[in-house]
Design a protein around this ligand. Structure first.
Ligand code: UDP
Ligand code: MG
Length: 318
């Protein structure tokens, strides 16, 4: 029998949070009724999270642990969890207690109102100013550019039906931003406002560089818009060239020489800059084609600590 609920939790160096998370999750899930599994995906942690998870697996039959062979990143860890979870309804949440387990019944109640996916719309008051600003900018840019429907959210805390999870799992791109996949699959989606706590322990793994990388992945992962921008930039620079040529001709008789001529090095550098930028952008897409064409597995599971009564199910699934 499949459990009624799965809770999928990606874990990367969260040793300080796991016991509290497990205790709070246990209480909430017991209150919901029906069987459940807690599927922790250890994304190559080096801080003792693996040992903590093993201990939890030893004392609670609801706990399953997938240990990945190294750090594959948040979004691939989530993918591994979604691939292997077995519940009829699947909750996805972070391990750092920013997503409050106590909000799960609220999400679930909304799902029962006839939706297929309910995500937590973040109330951002507890985040730092930097984090708030980068997340908001990321959502705004992606929403404006992708037009994948109004449901794109930077929050991953959500509950979904088995049908949605199965469709999400059919999307197998390597360079992935799972938020895009969730928005893309469609179905009846809605959100409920959920306040987001500060991190319980440890530190965020997302600095500015990682946020920028994520934004680029989100954009290039589901849109050819940057390539079209290259064409637009090409047109703009060509128009500029005509204007400069005109100005040069007009100023040719000046005694001091043309002002435009003085600008020549700057213009040259500008054009070279635009060209390199476009080349880099095209290179980004070529790189993605390369990554996809290698067709490697998305992640590698080094160890699976299964729930006792279901040991061996995976071998049959595979
Ligand atoms: N995470 C992961 N792999 C990584 C980075 C993060 O599995 O390479 C997990 C992390 O343990 C947490 C979740 O993804 O459960 C979100 O990470 P974090 O809290 O650092 O992100 P933030 O909340 O700052 O956006
Ligand atoms: Mg966090």
């Amino acid at each position: 029998m499949e459990p009624r609920f799965s809770v999928v939790v990606p874990v990367y160096n969260e040793a300080d949070n796991l016991d509290t998370l497990h205790a709070r999750l246990g209480q909430v899930m017991a209150g919901l009724g029906g069987d459940y599994e807690l599927l922790f995906v250890d994304d190559g942690s080096q801080d003792g999270s693996a040992e903590r998870l093993q201990a939890l697996h030893g004392k609670d039959r609801h706990v399953r642990v997938l240990r990945l062979s190294r750090n594959f990143g948040h979004h691939l860890a989530i993918t591994a969890g979604l691939d292997r979870c077995r519940g009829q309804r699947v909750v996805l949440m972070d391990a750092d207690l920013q997503d409050a387990p106590e909000a799960i019944p609220v999400l679930n109640a909304k799902l029962e109102d006839g939706f297929d996916m309910v995500y937590a719309e973040r109330d951002r008051s507890a985040d730092g100013a930097f984090k708030r600003w980068t997340s908001r900018a990321l959502t705004a840019v992606l929403r404006a550019l992708l037009r994948d429907g109004g449901t794109l959210s930077t929050s991953l805390f959500r509950i979904m039906t088995r049908q949605v999870v199965d469709e999400v799992c059919r999307c197998r791109e390597h360079t992935r931003f799972v938020n895009n996949v969730f928005a893309w699959v469609g179905f009846r989606q809605t959100s409920v406002p959920v306040s987001r706590a500060a991190r319980h322990g440890g530190r965020s793994k997302y600095g500015l560089l990682r946020m920028l990388k994520l934004a680029w992945m989100g954009l290039a992962g589901s849109s050819n818009l940057p390539l079209q921008l290259a064409t637009i930039a090409g047109c703009a620079v060509s128009v500029l060239a005509v204007l400069v040529a005109g100005a040069s001709l007009l100023g040719a008789g000046d005694a001091e020489g043309s002002r435009v001529a003085q600008l020549e090095p700057a213009i040259l550098l500008f054009v070279a800059g635009v060209q390199l930028l476009c080349l880099g952008m095209v290179g980004g897409y070529v790189g993605r084609v390369f990554t996809e064409s290698r067709a490697r597995p998305l992640y590698i599971v080094a160890q699976h600590l299964d729930t006792p009564e279901r040991e061996g199910d995976d071998a049959r699934e595979a």
